[in-house]
Design a protein around this ligand. Structure first.
Ligand code: GLN
Length: 448
């Protein structure tokens, strides 16, 4: 049998269109591949029959997307009709959504095949892929190390040859961090460029659906499939489709590099790099965690044991039902964040923490906007340090939270960013996905 994992997603799409391979054949290959990374929570049992239907529509000329017939893995906090969507939590262990997220609707419309749902940190809270109810995700590059989080399963699946492409979500780095730890590309789009409808909310003002792929061209095509205004998400915006045919040149391009970012790749390509300091950098992670936890405490209040999700069997009163259902079904990281969120929103602390964090967010936006007036991109590390060993991080949560300090810049400001396998990221102006992805392709084409 052909080893389909060596081909890019676009190449697989081309092979399907040329009749060199079929969608059911490719889907079956990925579906049956042993998941030795704990990357998937659920596989789509109907994937092959869905691929057969898609194959016919490709042959009849009805489906023309370059990715038609190509399988894709979807993070388990993105709703898929008829397929369990657990957020890697006991709370949603048996939740089967009655509808598809808009991003998933668009995947299906273009003829991509949903391979399965990928493992993640519970409710997307974490940086290592270890806080899952279903156990830690392993890093395909080194099984003793974490995959990164929270979209660890998506990153491991793509890097480990278990899926050609994947969707993740990025609230504070969750696409870029695991992508970098596993050696693939990750795109965190501009806030609103991809509809959030059907993405189970963590921190709504920061949440984005992102893409993960082995190469920038695959990421661009997947972004094109899912992006654009959605009437059902009032925060979504229209964006131009990314055109990867134009070449990108780094010659004399001004890039602002934050301290600690390795600029050698961009230097070699002729970019004009200047090191800058963001005066607010030390406040970025604290502001992010205050805002994210505040929003999470409100978003997760809906899991009350009554409407949907886990319900405790031993409760005798209404209050007990709330308390027991939530105590029994949320894991420690989620509980900690709900408590922190409620604390920073409580009277007396609201002004001291939450409002201050919002001010920092605004000031950071002004500072970053001013930099992007002068420079084409901001270059930053993805994380502080490389992928930790499994079991190392949860014992020192503050260190883990701090390691997100560079990633959260793009979320707090709503700007797009692309992460490179070597562990750096470029942050661009709003809706500059095309420039970012073409820049990534130029790096990739030069074999760096
Ligand atoms: N590590 C960050 C957090 O734990 C990012 C999460 C995310 O982007 N979903 O909140």
């Amino acid at each position: 049998m052909t080893d389909f994992s060596v081909f890019s997603a676009l190449k697989l799409g081309e092979m399907i269109r040329n009749g060199e391979a079929t969608s059911p054949e490719i889907t079956e290959y990925f579906l049956n591949k042993e998941d030795n990374l704990n990357a998937f929570i659920t596989k789509n049992e109907n994937a092959v029959s869905e691929a057969k239907a898609v194959q016919k529509r490709i042959e009849s000329g009805e489906l023309t997307s370059p990715l038609a017939g190509v399988p894709v893995a979807v993070k388990d906090n993105i709703c898929t009709r008829g397929i369990k969507t657990t957020c890697a939590s006991k709370m949603l262990e048996n939740f089967i959504p009655p509808y598809d997220a808009t991003a998933v609707e668009r995947l299906k419309k273009a003829g991509l095949i949903i391979l399965g749902k990928t493992n993640m940190d519970e409710f997307a809270m974490g940086s290592t892929g270890e806080s899952s109810y279903y156990g830690a995700v392993l890093n395909p590059l080194d099984n003793k190390k974490v995959s990164g989080g929270s979209s660890g399963g998506s990153a491991s699946a793509v890097a480990g040859g278990l899926a050609p492409l994947a969707l993740g979500s990025d609230t504070g780095g969750s696409v870029r961090l695991p992508a970098a730890y596993c050696g693939i590309y990750g795109l965190k789009p501009t806030y609103g460029a991809v509809s959030r409808r059907g993405l189970i909310a963590y921190a709504s003002s920061l949440d984005t659906v992102g893409v993960m792929a082995e190469c920038p061209s695959d990421a661009a095509e997947l972004f094109n499939v899912i992006s654009g205004r959605d009437e059902k998400d009032g925060t979504s915006v229209d964006s131009e489709k990314v055109d990867m045919n134009k070449r990108f040149s780094f010659k004399s391009l001004r890039i602002a590099a934050l301290e600690g970012a390795d600029a050698s790749v961009f230097n070699a390509l002729g970019a004009d790099i200047e090191t800058v300091r963001l005066s607010l950098i030390d406040y970025a992670a604290p502001a992010y965690y205050i805002i994210a936890c505040a929003e999470a405490s409100s978003n997760l209040a809906r899991y009350d044991g009554i409407r949907f999700g886990y319900r405790s069997e031993s409760a005798e009163t209404l209050d007990e039902l709330y308390v027991k259902s939530r105590s029994e079904a949320f894991g420690p990281e989620v509980k900690k964040r709900i408590m922190l969120g409620n604390f920073v929103l409580s009277s007396g602390y609201f002004e001291e923490y939450y409002l201050k964090a919002l001010k920092v967010r605004n000031m950071l936006l002004s500072e970053v906007d001013a930099l992007l007036e002068k420079y084409a991109f901001i270059l930053a590390p993805v994380s502080v340090g490389g992928a930790p060993f499994l079991g190392e991080s949860l014992a020192d949560p503050l260190k883990m939270y701090k390691s997100d300090m560079y990633n959260v810049i793009a979320n707090l400001t709503g700007l797009p960013a692309v992460s490179f396998p070597c562990g750096v990221q470029l942050i661009g102006k709003a809706l500059s996905e095309e420039e970012l992805l073409r820049a990534a392709l130029e790096v990739n084409n030069n074999g760096i």
